[in-house]
Design a binder for this molecule. Structure first.
Ligand SMILES: Cc1ncc(COP(=O)(O)O)c(C=O)c1O
Length: 395
């Protein structure tokens, strides 16, 4: 069998992505409050919409430089330089993509040789796993369920010893689904290990603008020569439907990424690039009012879970809460299915996020406060109901 048919077989036999599959499965239940999707409920700020509309009216509707106009690449580079202290040459080290989703595929296709192994600390956003497999690579999960969902340098060293062939580490900070985020000291320690063992680090920072009580930090500050950074506007500027992402990487890595990008999508829509320039410049701090509300909702959910006796990770960023299923349930799928069917609350089973997610469920708190409050009331009542209590007693 040649390599192409092996990869085709892998693709055909891959299970579908877990978050959207479960979300679809429960969407027709009447009266459902869906806390499954990772999409801001806010609308894109007016000034950004206007920039996009004006670009269309001015006939900015043609192909651009495939990497993105130099103006949008410069605006993106200036944004991360000012916000996170990481520096890139807009001409050679920045590529704009159709959401970070495209970036993920471009990077794995350009980086991996067939059979190459990639470390995925889990629980983890499920799309990486599928794209690594599509690129012919192999996933080495690092199950962080017993490590407070945080990768430590000691654990990374141990995993490298056990998987000496893995040459790439993927880090998401802040994390989807846990909201855990890494600070300077932690990143520097991981960077030292990556340098020592010649690992390339892919750092997905799509939630970098959404951190609570701490400033976002990037591992690229410490090892820029071996880090690929993902950033985008879907979450920070409530622009999921515009499809805009950015990859920052040293030129040596960027050449391959850019090549895949050109074959894959050619360029991002020209008027979306104009809206993105507006977001990165005038809208540099657009996230702040949204973040204030996310934080209130985060606290509302954490309080409700605590009162209901459910353990949860306190998120330092993003807009998810990762919580433990009741002891009475064996699997996260079973719990989430019962919660959806009986209480009409939709949350994502933790097993969608790899082996480190089993036993947990993810709540997205990007919905109105009234909706969240009602969902938490239903969850509390569900947990107090006789059948759940009986299950707890092993009946
Ligand atoms: C960690 C992470 N990376 C990437 C993406 C994809 O984002 P985009 O809308 O830019 O394709 C998501 C979306 O949920 C995400 O959670």
């Amino acid at each position: 069998m040649n390599q192409n048919s092996i990869i085709r077989d892998v693709i055909l036999s891959m299970p579908p992505e877990g978050i959207s599959t479960f979300s679809k499965q429960i969407e027709d239940i009447p009266g459902m409050i869906k806390l499954t999707v990772g999409e801001p409920d806010f609308d894109t700020p007016e000034h950004i919409k206007t920039a996009g509309i004006e670009a269309i009216q001015n006939n900015n509707t043609h192909y651009t430089d495939p990497l993105g106009s130099l103006a949008v690449r410069q605006a993106a580079a200036d944004f991360v330089a000012k916000k996170y202290g990481i520096h890139y040459d807009a001409k050679t080290e920045v590529v704009t993509t159709i959401g970070v989703s495209e970036a993920i595929l471009d990077v794995f296709l350009s980086l991996l040789e067939p059979g190459d192994e990639v470390f995925l600390p889990s629980p983890v956003f499920p799309v990486y796993q599928g794209t690594i497999q599509m690129a012919g690579g192999k996933v080495d999960y690092i199950n962080l369920a017993n490590d407070n969902f945080k990768l430590t340098p000691e654990r990374l060293r141990q995993e490298i010893k056990e998987h000496p062939k893995a040459k790439t580490l993927l880090l998401t900070t802040p994390s989807n689904p846990t909201g855990v985020s890494y600070d300077d000291e932690e990143l520097k320690a991981l960077a030292d290990v990556a340098r020592e063992f010649d690992l390339t680090v892919i750092s997905d920072e799509i939630y970098g603008e959404i951190t609570y009580d701490k400033v976002h930090s990037s591992i690229a500050k410490f090892i820029p020569e071996r880090t690929i950074v993902f950033s985008g506007l879907s979450k920070s500027h409530a622009m999921t439907g515009w499809r805009f992402g950015v990859v920052f990487a040293p030129k040596a890595l960027m050449d391959g990424i850019a090549k895949v990008h050109v074959f894959n999508s050619y360029d991002v829509s020209s008027f979306v690039q104009e809206a993105a320039i507006e977001a990165f410049t005038v809208g540099m701090d657009d996230v702040e009012p949204m973040k204030k509300i996310y934080r209130e909702r985060r606290d509302l959910v954490l309080d409700a879970l605590k009162n209901a006796g459910i353990e949860a990770v306190t998120p330092e960023g993003a807009f998810y809460i990762f919580a433990k299923i009741p002891d009475s349930y064996e699997t996260s799928l079973e719990f989430c299915t019962d919660l959806a069917e009986q209480a009409h609350v939709g949350v994502v089973p933790g097993d969608a996020f790899g082996p480190g997610g089993e036993g947990y469920f993810r709540i997205s708190y990007v919905t109105s406060t009234a909706n969240l409050q009602e969902a938490m009331n239903r969850l509390t009542d569900f947990l107090a109901a006789d059948d759940v209590a009986l299950k707890s007693q092993g009946a």
